[in-house]
Design a protein around this ligand. Structure first.
Ligand code: DAH
Length: 324
C-alpha cells in the first residue's frame, strides 16, 4: 500500500511544472486531508503486527516527499523570476550583428580574385628589419628612394635596424628566400609611415603585394594578370592604363591607372623583378624572370564606395562603418 502510494506520488511530481501544480501536489499527498496524512493518522488503530511496519514506512515516505518538495520549490521559483524579468509583451528588437570592416571586405575580395588565378595568400610580419624593407629590395642606405618612405623606427635594446614596414614588398624577399620557383603569391597586410595625415594619407594603411616568378614569365603576363584583376574589381568594361614609373626593385617599372569618371586614377605600382633582387635572395637572374606589384586597398575601397577621406576608415565612427 505504501509502495503504491510512493510510486504514484513520485510519478505525479514529475508532472509538476508550476508553483500552482506543486501546491496542488503538496495538498494531495502531504496536506491535512492528503493521502499520506490519512494513513499516518490511522496508524494508532492498526493491529500491533502492522503498526510498526506501516508506521515506519509511511514516516520514511513523508520525509522523502517533504524533501522532494523542498528541492523542487526553489527551482520553480527561480524559473518564475527569469520569466517575470522578461517583458514578453514588448515589441521585438533588432539584433546588432557585427560586420566586416570595409577594408577587410575589399582585401578578401581582391584576394579571392587572385586566388582564382592560382595565387597563394601569405601574411607577413609588420615589424621588419632594414635588410628586408630596403637592402634586399635594391634600396641601399644612401639611395634617395629611402626618402620616399618616412619610416617609424622601433626602439629595441641591441637593435638599431628594426622598423614598422613601410610597404609589403619585404615579403617578396622573405618568400623567395624560403621557396623555389614557380611562385605565385599575394601578401596582404598593414604598413606604416611617419607622415602627416590628410584626406588621402594615413600613417598606417594596408597594401597587397603580388609576386610571380618562373622560367618564362614576361611583361605580357604582368599586364594580363593585372587587367584581369581590374576587370574583376571594377567591372569588365573598365579602361586601364599602364605608364612607366620607377621603383628600385623592378625594371622596367610601371604604374597602373583606371579610368574613373573621365580621370585616370593610379591604383598600383608594378614591374619586372629587378635582377639585383633575384641575386640578393640567391636566385639566378638568367634562369628566372618574374613580376611584382603593390596596391593600396584603402585607395581601391575609396574608389569603389565613393569615400572622400581615408581617415574615416580608422575613425571607428559607426555612422560610417554601418554603411557597408
Ligand atoms: N612598395 C611600393 C610602394 O609602397 C609599391 C610597389 C611598386 C610594389 C611596384 C611592387 C612593385 O611590388 O613592383 O609604393
Amino acid at each position: 500500500m505504501i509502495g503504491q502510494l510512493k510510486n504514484k506520488s513520485l510519478a505525479d511530481l514529475k508532472l509538476v511544472n508550476s508553483l500552482d501544480s506543486l501546491e496542488e501536489w503538496r495538498v494531495n499527498y502531504l496536506g491535512r486531508k492528503g493521502e499520506l496524512t490519512k494513513i499516518l493518522r490511522s496508524i494508532g488503530s492498526l493491529p500491533d503486527d502492522q503498526r510498526k511496519k506501516i508506521g515506519s514506512e509511511s514516516n520514511l515516505l513523508r520525509v522523502l516527499l517533504e524533501d522532494q518538495y523542498k528541492k523542487i520549490k526553489p527551482k520553480l521559483e527561480s524559473n518564475l523570476s527569469v520569466y517575470s524579468s522578461v517583458d514578453i509583451t514588448l515589441p521585438g528588437r533588432k539584433d546588432h550583428i557585427g560586420r566586416l570592416h570595409p577594408i577587410t571586405s575589399i582585401i578578401r575580395e581582391i584576394s579571392s580574385a587572385f586566388a582564382d588565378m592560382g595565387f597563394n595568400i601569405v601574411e607577413g610580419t609588420e615589424s621588419e628589419i632594414e635588410h628586408y624593407n630596403f637592402d634586399l629590395l635594391n634600396i641601399p642606405f644612401d639611395h634617395p628612394a629611402r626618402d620616399q618612405w618616412d619610416t617609424i623606427w622601433l626602439d629595441r635594446p641591441n637593435r638599431k635596424d628594426n622598423l614598422l614596414r613601410t610597404h609589403t614588398s619585404p615579403m617578396q624577399a622573405r618568400i623567395m628566400e624560403n621557396t623555389e620557383p614557380p611562385i605565385r603569391v599575394i601578401t596582404p597586410g598593414k604598413c606604416y609611415r611617419y607622415e602627416a595625415t590628410d584626406s588621402t594619407h594615413e600613417w598606417h594603411f594596408h597594401q597587397i603585394e603580388g609576386l610571380v616568378v618562373g622560367e618564362n614569365i614576361s611583361f605580357s603576363d604582368l599586364k594580363g594578370t593585372l587587367y584581369e584583376f581590374a576587370k574583376r574589381i571594377f567591372g569588365s568594361d573598365r579602361k586601364v592604363r599602364f605608364r612607366c614609373d620607377f621603383f628600385p626593385f623592378v625594371e622596367p617599372g610601371v604604374d597602373m591607372s583606371i579610368d574613373w569618371k573621365g580621370d585616370w586614377i593610379e591604383i598600383l605600382g608594378a614591374g619586372m623583378v629587378h635582377p639585383k633582387v633575384f641575386q640578393g635572395v640567391g636566385y639566378d637572374p638568367d634562369k628566372y624572370k618574374g613580376f611584382a606589384f603593390g596596391m593600396g586597398p584603402e585607395r581601391i575601397a575609396m574608389l569603389r564606395y565613393n569615400i572622400e577621406d581615408i581617415r574615416q576608415f580608422f575613425s571607428n565612427d559607426l555612422r560610417f562603418l554601418s554603411q557597408f
